[in-house]
Design a protein around this ligand. Structure first.
Ligand code: 3H9
Length: 652
């Protein structure tokens, strides 16, 4: 039974129990409809508390039903009936009240949440806008500029912030349900507040906040339509009467629900969750982890250490000498301070996290570590030396992980005494922020190590994708392929800024050349030099990147790369790069031709797709959906296309 009723004195507690996240499925809507009817009819009931079993309040409409024809009762009608109920309803919120879940809470006459709860309208992230009155009711409860950020930005807010904004009435100090029942009892003694739909919209607290939120949201949307539609819906709510605005919201919601972007965003939502299946191995459970060692306190190592600290692990960072250790400590502390400022950590959690961190120049400090991740210089011999020393220093059952981006982990594992405990954990920079983690399984790794790595990723709140060993695994292998194609286009007729513009217009946050300038051209140069001896000489090779590096143009950090950079960091097309490219085309006897934006993207997408096909054929990637997940989360492939494989399937 998805919905049940228990009496607590004169208060009816309506409990939704619809795992995993109490989404408003058809059965749940029916159950709520019946509960509304029953509690309205029953004279013994004076007020109702709406409460959810399990880990969360209602996390939204049931996304799995979106592809099918809607079934009555629909959520907007049901919510209108709850709002008009003759007895007060109190929403008792724990976990997350999202989308249709928050819209349900909005039609209740009071809202109480536990301190850890989060509330939000994330529909835009699924290519939608709220479709059950959220855009119309929210600006009648909180200032429209804040409503704009919630509706068009899509980011959930913490309970304390919700209380400040007036979105909830109270934060429970003790047991949520008991306090919700007390609130309901008090509510029976006073007049029920008017339904939100009958109240006027509130005044904007600050036109500046509204303008800057609208500007930011529009810029961030790039090609995505739902955030812009959300701004439109909210503007409607501010200027139209409530019934008309509700009808307009519903029409826009239904239109968006059928859009390609919504289908693509739903695809990537489920693909991200399905990626975790790569770590499910029958009969195998993950081992416990509490102490994590990280070797190397550079940007990557420090970021990994922070990611582990934020997940509540005890972390020891190892550096070569005192000077490097001091620099590593500073990096970790300043990143934790930023997390405190951004509200990711509370003051108490920050203190606790700092206490969990230590730094040492001796491997003896990690002798009891459960997992050690090396993040040292990207060189096979350096990594093997570090892993060999680690193996001698840690417990025999400890897991050793390498954060290599390209190198052959089978070779590393073979050099060790316990290859079954060696695995690749390929983080993306900044490691404490980027969601993707490639888990690279070697030929010799045991199942428990793999399962533990996936459990570790889940605790870090990362999206883990399983990959097999192969130059660049999934992400960097595909990136190298489309970067190569982009380099061919330089010789064939395009300039870096033409290619970057086409990629941005397609929806990438950055083009491939500006991205390389940002990362530093010396990184890929080092890799090309490493591969030079074994490179296939029959394959076309573009020297432009090497020549830029030979001239000391390493990108943004040296003020020159594919672009020139002014002192304030602004990029402009470089005359020197242009001349170099023209000279290279001439040297190779290539007649340059105009390449349109469309043709640029056809070549880039085609290259991504063919490399992805090879990865699937070689078994390096598990499935096409994993490739979508990697590309969306590693390189900003526009999420609303569903990723390159889903996008390509729509073009066939
Ligand atoms: C909406 O509400 C529209 C309305 O305005 C209008 C309607 C008329 N439906 O993420 P997790 C599944 S649009 C169905 O791993 P977590 C998920 O697939 C909706 N299933 O857990 C997974 O299944 P499995 C607005 C859902 O603890 C399992 O639950 N709401 C839904 O890391 C656990 O999920 C949203 O956009 C759903 N709505 O995070 C919220 N949500 O175990 C979307 C989850 O088989 N959900 N599942 O792989 C989330 O953001 C996260 O799932 C949540 C939990 C934060 C709730």
């Amino acid at each position: 039974m998805a919905v049940s009723i228990q009496m607590r004195g004169q208060i009816a507690v309506v409990t939704i129990d619809n795992p995993p996240v109490n989404a408003t499925s058809h059965a749940e809507r029916l159950g709520l409809h019946n509960a509304l009817h029953q509690t309205t009819q029953d004279e013994a009931v004076k007020a109702v508390v709406l409460h959810c079993a399990g880990r969360t309040f209602i996390a939204g409409a049931d996304i799995t039903e979106f592809g099918a024809p809607p079934k009555d009762p629909n959520l907007p009608d049901l919510l209108a009936q709850i709002e008009a109920a003759p007895k007060p309803w109190v929403a008792a919120i724990h976990g997350t009240a999202l989308g249709g879940g928050l819209e349900t809470a909005l039609v209740c006459h009071y809202r109480i949440a536990d301190g850890a709860a989060k509330l939000g309208l994330p529909e835009v992230t699924l290519g939608l806008i709220p479709g059950a009155g959220g855009t119309v009711r929210l600006p009648r409860l909180i200032a429209p500029d804040h409503a704009l950020e919630m509706i068009a930005g899509g980011k959930p807010i913490a309970a304390a912030h919700a209380l400040d904004l007036g979105l909830i009435d109270k934060i429970a100090q003790g047991n949520l349900l008991d306090e919700a029942i007390s609130l309901a009892e008090e509510a029976t003694k006073r007049p029920t507040p008017p339904a939100l739909i009958e109240r006027p919209v509130l005044a904007v607290t600050s036109q500046d906040t509204w303008d800057s939120a609208a500007r930011k949201i529009t810029a961030r949307a790039r090609g995505q339509t739902s955030p812009i539609a959300a701004i439109t819906a909210l503007k409607n709510a501010l200027k139209l009467d409530a019934p008309t605005a509700l009808a307009a919201e519903r029409a826009l919601f239904l239109e968006l629900r059928e859009s390609d972007q919504c289908k693509a965003l739903r695809h990537i939502f489920f693909a991200e969750r399905a990626a975790a299946q790569g770590g499910k191995i029958k009969g195998v459970t993950a081992g416990p982890l509490s102490h994590i060692g990280v070797v190397g306190g550079g940007t990557m190592g420090a970021g990994i250490a922070v990611a582990c600290l934020l997940a509540g692990y005890r972390v020891t960072l190892i550096e070569r000498n005192t000077e490097a250790a001091d620099a590593g400590r500073d990096r970790v502390h300043s990143t934790l301070d930023q997390s405190l400022k951004r509200g990711v950590l509370t003051g108490v959690a920050h203190l606790h996290t700092v206490e969990n961190f230590q730094i040492s120049t001796s491997y003896s400090a990690i002798s009891d570590a459960d997992l050690v991740i090396e993040a040292v210089f990207e060189d096979m011999q350096v990594k093997i030396d570090v892993l060999t020393a680690l193996e001698a220093a840690v417990r025999p059952d400890a897991i050793l992980a390498t954060n290599t981006s390209y190198l052959d982990i089978n070779v590393m594992a073979a050099a060790l005494m316990r290859p079954s405990r060696v695995i690749g954990l390929h983080f993306f920079s900044p490691a404490h922020i980027m969601k993707l983690l490639e888990i690279v399984v070697t030929d010799s790794v045991d199942d428990q190590t793999t399962a533990t790595a996936f459990a570790f990723a889940m605790r870090l709140k990362k999206i883990a994708v399983r990959a097999k060993v192969g130059e660049g695994f999934i992400a960097n292998r595909i990136m190298s392929a489309y970067r190569r194609e982009a380099e061919y286009m330089l010789e064939d007729g395009a300039m870096p800024w033409d290619i970057d513009t086409a990629m941005r217009e397609f929806g990438f946050p950055l083009g491939i050349f500006e991205m390389q300038d940002l990362a530093g051209l010396d990184i890929s140069w080092a890799m090309r030099k490493r591969l030079n001896a074994t490179r296939d000489r029959t394959q076309r090779y573009v020297d432009i990147g090497d020549k830029l590096c030979e001239a000391g143009h390493f990108g943004r950090k040296t003020g020159r790369g594919y672009y020139d950079y002014s002192d304030n960091g602004n990029a402009r097309p470089s005359a020197g790069t242009r001349a170099l490219i023209m000279a290279e085309s001439q040297r190779k006897g290539i007649t340059r031709v105009q390449i349109s934006d469309k043709a640029i993207m056809v070549r880039i997408l085609g290259r991504i797709r063919s490399e992805a096909a090879m990865l699937l054929y070689e078994g390096i990637a598990r499935c096409a959906d994993d490739i979508d997940v990697v590309m969306v989360n590693a390189f900003g492939f526009p999420r609303w296309t569903g990723g390159p494989m889903f996008h390509a399937s729509g073009q066939d």
